[in-house]
Design a protein around this ligand. Structure first.
Ligand code: VG1
Ligand code: CO
Length: 539
């Protein structure tokens, strides 16, 4: 039944910030998935005795790609696959299943927050036994393998029915189809005070959770409506659709417009939240109130004692360099470890494994803890609900009190999309070369205290990663420049702006950041080089 098929390499199978991500049309090319998967299997080597977890966010091609992966895993000698029913599994649930079953790794079929469908994106995230995505040292090896691939192995059998729970044998390999929601729900019940959150809903508290027609729908229905007693209808867009119903499943102020409009209307619920395509991102809203992900991480860290699983103490906290410095002030106050890493969740994994940190987060709507090795959208939502249940305070009140205690980091991200790759690369290169000259200079009343590339040395494996450029000013303000590593066409230049104030707590972020935005544009020459005077997406 095992067939060896001759193939020709593709040259674009390099993984980015989080796995391989390409236009669906690209992935549909002959042997595209096969080449990539065989390259991974080749790099792992001996697959006998190995177990992997497989699932996806239900987007277009999830069903086809998963069949290929099952048949190839069997042909390559994998011993067992644990598969989410109907091929579904969120990224955080997948990390949990890997850890719980001590599996050797896993594959989540998702392009995360990128749109899906035939004209959208498809992707594959590959994790190892840590439950987190593989480090660059391994993805580099896989990329080299994709450039040299000549053949792949596959079992020549009909498609496998993934709708029934249970175990079966496929081409000499065992497959176990599991309920992708069950273990995840149990884990959440062991972390948070479910009875307290239940009482909150009993008292009439209202929420709206927008699953954005993606994978968290079934998780959210079960947890918020069935177990915690939020009224039916609290979870919207809960049915995972192959094209996400045309939505861009990125939970931010721009793409989660429906939820944002509702939460800023007279009918608003007490609490609003959304997750992304594969369930690892979250957005938190109060009544006519938005919490930035950077503030959310700081608030979560400051309130750890309210949560049953963390009340005994936490190790430390980490953020990506682009994320605002709000959590740094909390770490100082709490006397816990604090780390700044490159963008991408994989950089948190060693810090969690070595017990240096418990919480971590990114400005891109990612928050999580060492309960797994991925960011976790529903975890963040439950954390907020637990804080609200324990304090009786609103989202806005909790955030305002946080600012009163620590001051406020005004923070926004500006994305310049669809830039020609060569233009974006040259812009970053030239800017990096010019940055040293800026040190000590005064620009529009702001003095530059440091400027240069962000270089991270991992304290565990001592690998070194360069990611983005940072300009710091004497008042604590910062500009970070990076190129996105998750796009599927052209380049996206991300500009992250931050300004700190201890006294001015209720201002408009856009207003507070106007001057810094001007400085950021002037020193990078983005308008001159890209022809764009405004960002395409502002979050
Ligand atoms: C983006 C975010 C980054 C996040 C990554 C994966 O990467 O900025 O913080 O970890 O997406 O998120 P980039 O390289 O495009 O800036 V997910 O939800 O796609 O796994
Ligand atoms: Co995601």
């Amino acid at each position: 039944m095992i067939k060896t098929v001759t193939t020709v390499p593709y040259t674009d199978q390099k993984m980015g910030t989080a796995g391989l991500r390409r236009k669906s049309k690209v992935v549909l090319q002959p042997n595209y998935v096969e080449n990539f998967m065989q390259s991974i299997f080749n790099v792992i080597g001996d697959l006998k005795g190995k177990t992997f977890v497989v699932g996806g966010d239900g987007r277009f091609y999830n069903d086809k790609a998963i069949q290929k992966i099952i048949k190839m895993a069997a042909a390559n000698g994998v011993s067992k696959l644990i598969i989410g029913q109907n091929g579904f599994m969120s990224t955080p649930a997948g990390s949990n299943v890997i850890l719980k079953n001590k599996a050797d790794g896993g594959f989540i079929l998702s392009a995360s927050h990128n749109p899906g469908g035939e004209n959208g994106d498809f992707g594959i995230k590959y994790s190892n036994a840590s439950g987190g995505q593989i480090p660059s040292s391994i993805s580099d090896k896989i990329y080299q393998e994709t450039l040299n691939i000549k053949e792949y192995k596959i079992c020549d059998i009909p498609d496998i029915d993934l709708s029934e729970l249970g175990t079966q044998d496929i081409c000499g390999m065992q497959i176990e189809i599991i309920d992708p929601v069950k273990d995840y729900v149990e884990m959440m019940q062991n972390i948070f005070d479910f009875p307290a959150i239940r009482r909150l809903f009993e008292k009439g508290f209202t929420m709206r959770f927008d699953a954005m027609n993606a994978v968290t729908g079934p998780y959210a229905k079960k947890i918020f409506e069935e177990i915690l007693g939020a009224p039916t209808g609290s979870v919207v867009n809960y049915k995972p659709l192959p094209d996400f119903g045309g939505l861009h499943p990125d939970p931010n102020l721009v793409y989660a417009k429906e939820l944002v409009n509702f939460m800023f209307s007279k009918k608003a619920a007490d609490f609003g939240a959304a997750n992304d395509g594969d369930g690892d991102r979250n957005m938190i809203l109060g009544k006519s109130f938005f919490v930035t992900p950077s503030d959310s991480l700081a608030i979560i860290t400051d309130n750890f004692k309210l949560i049953p699983a963390y009340k005994g103490g936490i190790y430390g906290v980490a953020k990506s360099a682009a994320t605002s410095t709000a959590v740094e002030r909390v770490a100082k106050e709490q006397g816990i470890g604090y780390y700044e890493v490159p963008t991408g969740w994989k950089y948190f994994v060693n810090l969690m494994d070595s017990k240096r940190i418990t919480f971590c987060g990114e400005e891109s709507f990612g928050t999580g803890s060492s309960h797994i090795r991925e960011k976790d959208g529903i975890w963040a939502v439950l954390f907020w609900l637990n804080i609200i249940a324990a304090t009786g305070k609103s989202v806005e009140q909790i955030t305002h009190e946080h600012w009163q205690k620590y001051g406020r980091s005004y923070y926004m991200r500006f994305d310049f999309e669809g830039v020609e790759t060569s233009v974006a690369d040259k812009m970053m290169e030239d800017l990096e070369a010019r940055l040293p000259e800026l040190c000590g200079k005064e620009i529009e009343g702001y003095t530059v205290t440091s400027a240069g590339a962000f270089v991270y040395e991992d304290p565990v494996d001592h690998s070194s990663t360069k990611n983005g450029l940072i300009v710091r000013f004497n008042d604590g303000s910062r500009i970070v420049y990076r190129l996105s590593g998750t796009g599927s066409s052209g380049a996206t230049i991300r500009v992250y702006l931050e300004r700190y104030s201890q006294t001015d707590l209720n201002n408009d972020p856009l207003l507070m950041l106007t001057e810094i935005f001007k400085i950021a544009m002037a020193i990078s020459e983005i308008p001159e080089r890209t022809g764009k005077h405004q960002a395409d997406v502002v979050t």
